[in-house]
Structure formats: C-alpha cells, structure tokens
Design a protein around this ligand. Structure first.
Ligand SMILES: [Zn+2]
Length: 68
C-alpha cells in the first residue's frame, strides 16, 4: 500500500467506531499486508497489500457497522 493511501485510510479510521465503542482504530502497514487494529479490544483485520478499500470495507464488517 502506498504511504498516501495508508494516510487516507487512517484518516477515515479516525472516525470509525469499533464494536467495543472505541473510536479511532489504527492502520499498520507491513510488507505484503495492511492490518487495522483497535487499540482497546485489539480486534484486528488484515488484508493483502494495496487493498485499502477492502480493508475499510472489511473493518466495517467485523465491527458490525452499517451504512446510513
Ligand atoms: Zn475495539
């Protein structure tokens, strides 16, 4: 994932609420994958490299969020 894409992802995550109620999960890039993790309950979601849209969509799924 490009650094810029990771930054955009992080900005979006700053406003997402985890299922535990914590706002602001963080995204971490590692070669080959991107992981989103909640700093409170440590719920995490990992996607292959460069799948930033998938990461966000997956995070919504695991945190049981619904679009309004
Ligand atoms: Zn959480």
């Amino acid at each position: 994932m490009e650094e810029r894409a990771l930054t955009v992802l992080q900005l979006k995550l700053d406003y997402k609420t985890c299922r535990c109620g914590t706002v602001g999960a963080y995204a971490r890039y590692e070669p080959g994958s991107t992981t989103i993790q909640c700093p409170n309950c440590h719920l995490s979601y990992t996607v292959p490299d460069a799948e930033y849209a998938a990461a966000l969509a997956g995070w919504k799924t695991v945190t049981n969020q619904r679009k309004r």
